[in-house]
Design a protein around this ligand. Structure first.
Ligand SMILES: *[C@@H]1O[C@H](CO)[C@@H](O)[C@H](O)[C@H]1NC(C)=O
Ligand SMILES: *[C@@H]1O[C@H](CO)[C@@H](O)[C@H](O)[C@H]1NC(C)=O
Length: 328
């Protein structure tokens, strides 16, 4: 799959060469295209930051949350609302049937297509979402991606006690917003929770409650089951956040990814307008700077003369490594 895909895509700029307006086609042989990746545990504000960045730079967002790729359960899966999107196009968000399988291989394929289509419009792709295994698979395991793209990784982080409190409060807000009605809507006593969107945290936890509800159970028992379910959602969300953080640490420490760490703790300690202002000052400002440096700094390869008569283009060590991987 990867080999034929990469051959197909590499041939494309030559076929679709339009006479020079598309800088991506012109620079195809001597520079990598740029991709921004926004990482972080659930609840840290990845979606918000990616949308803020997309409004500063001409960008579109590619979702990398394995549950948000599915249609439906918008509250349970915490999808951005149309209002929150502020007109920024999102890819791979709510596109799959709720029962479909979707794995890292599917993501790599779809994300590469989305990246290409965004770059063809001379826009910046921003990948944002909590499934670090998807991002790792794209960045580490896809030779085509490695040879073709440069990444800037932003990591939105929070102190653990604040994150734990926040994810817990967020579950209560989801319940108020109608989480239970959504889950009732997909409840099927015959089905299990191993496939598709029904694996989402916030669905299996309500199984006992919904079964009891279907049997005219005593209200007091129902209330207890409901509270137990909500507590379990909080606990499972917190466990997810911890797994996400472990994975991010591993990507940094073991794989040596250069993650730009952004601490949002202070923002989450504030309320209302103060929090809004702190978000802009402490999160958006520095992130915009980091991305601007990444986008506009001259890359090592660009420093060499671009004359068409250059027969041998000297390469830096990283691109040699990328090329070697690409040819496997
Ligand atoms: C993902 O699913 C596809 C089928 O859609 C399959 O061919 C592929 O082997 C799976 N990849 C992994 C890593 O399980
Ligand atoms: C869960 O349900 C799916 C189809 O609905 C089935 O293919 C799968 O074997 C079931 N898994 C278990 C563990 O029962």
């Amino acid at each position: 799959m990867n080999l034929s895909y990469s051959i197909c895509k590499q041939a494309q700029p030559l076929i679709s060469f339009t006479g020079g307006l598309n800088t991506n086609s012109l620079n195809f042989h001597n520079r990598k295209d740029k991709v921004v990746v926004v990482m972080g545990a659930t609840g840290t504000g990845k979606s918000r930051l990616s949308i803020d960045l997309a409004t500063h730079f001409q960008a579109e967002i590619i979702n990398s949350d394995k549950i948000q790729v599915y249609k439906g359960l918008d509250i349970v899966t915490n999808k951005v609302t149309e209002e929150e999107c502020r007109g920024i196009p999102h890819h791979l968000l709510g596109i799959k049937d709720p029962d479909a399988d979707y794995n890292a291989t599917n993501f790599r394929h779809d994300a590469l297509l989305a990246i290409e289509s965004i770059i063809e419009q001379d826009k910046l792709p921003i990948i944002a979402g909590g499934s670090n295994s998807f991002i790792e698979s794209l960045v580490n395991d896809d030779p085509y991606f490695a040879s073709r793209y440069d990444c800037c990784f932003l990591w939105v982080d929070l102190s653990l006690p604040i994150l734990q409190r926040f994810v817990s409060e967020r579950v209560d807000q989801m319940v108020e917003a109608g989480l239970l009605e959504e889950v009732r809507g997909v409840f099927d006593p015959e089905a299990n929770y191993t496939q598709g969107i029904r694996r989402a945290i916030g669905v299996p936890e309500f199984d006992s409650f919904l079964r009891a509800e279907g049997k005219n159970t005593d209200q007091e028992i129902l209330d207890t089951l409901l509270h137990l379910a909500i507590d379990e959602v909080k606990e499972n969300t917190w466990k997810l956040a911890c797994r996400q953080l472990q994975k991010i640490h591993r990507l940094r420490d073991f794989w040596g990814w250069n993650l730009h760490h952004i601490d949002a703790t202070e923002v989450f300690l504030k309320q209302g307008e103060d929090a809004h202002e702190a978000w802009k000052r402490l999160i958006v400002g520095p992130s915009v700077m980091t991305v601007a440096q990444f986008l506009y700094r001259p890359t090592s390869v660009q420093n060499f003369p671009k004359s068409p008569s250059t027969t041998v283009i000297p390469r830096t060590v990283p691109s040699m490594a990328a090329m070697a991987t690409a040819s496997h």
